[in-house]
Design a binder for this molecule. Structure first.
Ligand code: ADP
Ligand code: ZN
Ligand code: ZN
Length: 732
């Protein structure tokens, strides 16, 4: 027999299918195999098999061996891999990596086994004991122990009765060893939490609507606290009881343990968790539990959409608007698009849920492509918290230089006095965003990027938030030697410092990328806050979503404008979403909540809609702007990014690419709404100069995108790197 194999080398030149012969009948489509390649043996995956060779059979080499009995991929995941290759313009090997836990490739991690010892069937223990010497006390005790306990772990027995006792009984044929796979299970300390609730009428209608609609995609547009999670759990339950499987995606790793608690309570070991924060072994084992069908629900962040699940009945994408669902590095896939593909292939339902749907999704719901389900009220009709605006321009005029407005200080005091909890949100980690010399105005910058460095007081360092480079904090300006340094722009570390000065007895937790380095960091901070071991939680956007803290009655948003001034077309949308999400953390239980929103531009319409939770009017305004200015969903934004360490070479390549694309543009002008080339907003990153050719083209014109890709891709070489981004969330 012959097999077509994709080899695991991510190189455009070997992005071909190689044929091998084999005789092992266990080899089938989707099997992982080791194959000879040049002088090496490398790993690959079988994508098809056939009886006749397509080449001269004498020149075909043979598959070295099968790596696992169970094929790692299925027909469906292979089709999905093909789809990713075609739509994200990546090699097969690179697409393949989405489907296999990295630990599995190159055999870095193996299954762990228990060696279980038991008495061989038919052995009469009493007779054996009589045949043993009286001095063989340990052996006799061991036999009696096993007689009572059936079987036990080899290591435990060896410790209790001695290695030689166990081994000698095995040698004599009285005991046998069986291997049983040991599953490493993540989040062992996450206890099942079961809040059995009766669904409200609205929730029941939502569940019903998803089941009955003939549309593949349902969008649940439900305010924060409207009980969407409960709807998801119900839908999963339905699907599982029909013998099917489900995938549940959440935007941030930090949300997974919380969701997992509820899933554990309802579905036990049926839920498996997939994400990069797990240890290699755990990820490997969870992956296999899904692949073997031992677990039927995959839960995780973006990449869990590639879960090795068969018989899929339901995919849920919670907080579907979240930016993390778009991959910002190759392969640049859109999770929603991949989910649609899988749902359609399986005849499964796709549920998107959000309090602030993406403009694209809501548009699809309004034009009838999606089934729209609304949950307009919070559970028990609890009101959404009242938002008060603090005009920071006035505060500054009054001489208030602290990060907190006077209203926020009053509210904080009131909140703490009542024994409630508060959340302070600021989307900037570190102590200060920049350090500036007060003498000459010099701003400390990263050596390899065109960005200013952030001061981190915890370890007295200056950190580049783009490339991760770390420098020592300066005592004096590196330009003029002046010791007078000013801190520009407040970060979370500084906020905690200032709060400690104002409220010395308050307990404060900080949650940002720096305090959540290790695997369960998020979980620990959130559990502490949830257990009321702290009064104030200060954090970045990590704290914005999903969490449900019943004793939080105040949310302070320190700089509501931060994301408004980014240059890309989604900045307004993102600000609206973020503010609504953060505000939604307040007043979720019996006590009413408050929100104080600090801004330097209180008349901005986006903020005005946000404080009234007026999604519909926000959407109306946003979609009309997008239409008038020809932005998504009315067009696709396509960026060709050219980077190179040598500025000259980057510029030359950009010029050549521009000229060649210009031919397409001139020929097909009716397909374009914009065409131009310029420096990228971030001119240098990690030592590389950056240029871009920007286009806006008619939406979903695959043929045109293909043409653009094949035109620019050939400019990739060892020094110049050219990539294509379609509707990217991040056009820095
Ligand atoms: P969302 O996901 O829409 O923000 P959640 O599902 O987290 O909302 O629900 C908000 C709160 O209401 C949670 O504490 C949840 O346990 C509770 N809840 C949800 N549905 C019900 C219900 N039918 N009856 C009582 N409480 C409910
Ligand atoms: Zn200076
Ligand atoms: Zn840098």
């Amino acid at each position: 027999m012959f097999a077509d194999v994709i080899v695991d080398i991510n190189n455009v030149e070997v992005d071909k299918i190689f044929e091998y012969s084999y005789s092992d009948t266990a080899i089938t489509i989707g099997s992982r195999v080791a194959v000879p390649f040049g002088k090496k043996i490398i790993e690959g995956i079988v994508i098809s098999t056939h009886e006749q060779s397509n080449y001269d059979p004498n020149k075909i080499r043979e598959i070295d061996r099968l790596l696992e009995q169970t094929p790692a991929l299925t027909q469906e995941t292979l089709a999905l891999m093909d789809y990713v290759c075609k739509t994200c313009y990546v090699t097969r090997a690179s697409a393949l990596r989405l489907f296999l836990p990295s630990e599995m490739r190159k055999g870095k991690v193996k299954e762990q086994f228990f060696r279980l010892v038991s008495i061989v069937d038919g052995v009469n223990v009493e007779k054996v004991v009589q045949s043993l010497r009286k001095s063989a006390v340990k052996q006799i005790q061991l036999l009696h122990f096993l007689q009572e306990n059936n079987r036990a772990n080899f290591t435990d027995l060896a410790q209790e009765f001695g290695n030689s006792a166990v081994n000698s009984l095995i040698e004599k044929g009285y005991l046998k060893i069986n291997l049983e796979q040991k599953f490493r299970s993540p989040y062992k300390d996450v206890n099942a939490l079961d809040k059995q609730v009766c669904l409200t009428e609205k929730q029941l209608l939502a569940v019903d609507s998803v089941c009955k609609t003939d549309k593949t995609v349902s969008l649940i547009f439900g305010v924060t606290g409207s009980g969407k999670t409960e709807v998801y759990l119900n839908l999963i339950n339905k699907v599982i009881s029909q013998g099917k499987t489900a995938i549940l995606l959440v935007p941030e790793i930090s949300l997974t343990p919380q969701m997992l608690k509820q899933l554990r309570a309802r579905f036990g070991d049926n839920a498996a968790i997939l994400h990069s924060g797990l240890s290699a072994g755990e990820r490997f084992d969870e992956w296999w539990r899904l692949r073997n069908g031992d677990a039927k629900i995959a839960i995780g962040a973006r990449s869990a959409i590639f879960a090795p699940i068969e018989n899929l009945g339901l995919i849920i994408i919670d907080e579907e608007h979240d930016g993390s669902y778009t991959s910002e590095s190759s392969p640049r896939y859109s999770t929603v698009d991949v989910a649609k593909f899988r749902a359609e292939k399986n005849g499964a339902k796709l549920v998107l849920g959000s309090a602030t749907p993406s403009v694209e999704s809501f548009n699809n719901a309004l034009n009838g492509e999606y089934n729209l389900i609304e949950l307009p009220d919070r559970i028990n009709k609890r009101p959404l918290p009242n938002v008060e605006i603090a005009d920071m321009r006035k505060e500054v005029r009054r001489g208030n230089n602290s990060p907190f407005s006077s209203i926020l200080k009053e509210e904080l005091e009131d909140c703490l006095n009542k024994g409630n909890q508060a959340i302070i949100f600021l989307n900037q980690r570190g102590y200060s965003k920049t350090v500036i010399c007060t003498e000459c105005g010099h701003v400390q910058k990263c050596e390899s990027c065109d960005v200013s460095l952030t001061y981190h007081r915890e370890d007295e360092s200056l950190l580049c938030h783009y490339c991760g480079a770390k420098y020592k904090m300066i005592d004096a300006c590196t330009e003029c030697g002046s010791p007078f340094i000013r801190y520009g722009g407040t970060g979370t570390e500084r906020v905690v410092d200032e709060l400690k000065k104002l409220y010395p007895s308050a307990k404060i937790l900080r949650m940002d990328r720096d305090t959540t380095q290790n695997k369960e960091g998020h979980f620990k901070i959130l559990s502490k806050f949830s257990a009321r071991e702290a009064d104030i939680l200060v954090g970045t956007q990590m704290i914005a979503k999903g969490h449900d803290f019943p004793f939080v009655t105040l949310v302070g948003i320190l700089d509501a404008d931060m994301s408004l001034h980014f240059s890309d077309f989604r900045s307004g949308e993102r600000t609206f979403q973020l503010l609504t999400q953060v505000a939604g953390r307040s007043g979720r239980a019996e006590q009413a909540g408050k929100v104080v929103l600090q801004t330097y531009s209180p008349e901005n319409p986006i903020l005005k809609y946000a404080i009234k939770y007026d999604y519909l009017n926000f959407f109306k305004q946003e979609i009309s702007i997008r239409k008038a200015t020809a932005f998504p969903p009315f067009t696709d934004v396509v960026r060709v990014l050219i980077t190179c360490e040598d500025d000259e070479k980057a510029l030359l390549a950009t010029k050549a690419i521009y000229d060649e694309l210009n031919l397409i543009y001139t020929e097909k002008r009716d397909k374009f709404r914009f065409f131009g080339s310029m420096k990228a907003p971030l001119k240098r990153l990690q030592g590389k100069f950056r240029y871009q050719v920007l286009m806006r083209v008619n939406a979903n014109d695959r043929a045109l995108l293909d043409k653009v890709f094949y035109t620019v891709d050939k400019y990739n070489n060892r020094t110049v790197f050219v990539s294509l981004e379609i509707n990217s969330n991040n056009l820095t």
